[in-house]
Design a protein around this ligand. Structure first.
Ligand SMILES: [Zn+2]
Length: 99
């Protein structure tokens, strides 16, 4: 029996494309994305000890393409600071094995 965080870790390790919080919810039957964001932040710290790292495909604006580089393990921003669009493409997560 593995914990939810372990399941997320495994899922992100075995995926070939970055998964969004919504993808993770669907695959693991988790009801809230904010649970997933909290878990990802936790997992990103625990896997560092094991020499692994979460790579983040940053969120970006669906209208003008603005990329939210400054956000690390973060929630989907509500609005684009440049064009004020609310059409934000969610960040994706994937775990890369360490050297
Ligand atoms: Zn924009």
């Amino acid at each position: 029996m593995s914990t939810r965080r372990e399941s997320i870790e495994k899922l992100l390790e075995n995926t070939e494309v970055p998964l969004t919080a919504k993808d993770i919810c669907e695959r693991l039957g988790i009801s809230s994305t904010s649970t997933v964001y909290d878990d990802i932040e936790h997992v990103s710290q625990t896997i560092r000890i094991k020499g692994k790292e979460i790579l983040i495909r940053p969120a970006r604006c669906g209208e003008c393409g603005y990329v939210f580089w400054d956000r690390h393990v973060a929630r989907t921003p509500a609005k684009c600071p440049k064009c004020h669009s609310e059409h934000i493409i969610e960040p994706g997560y994937i775990i890369q094995p360490g050297e």
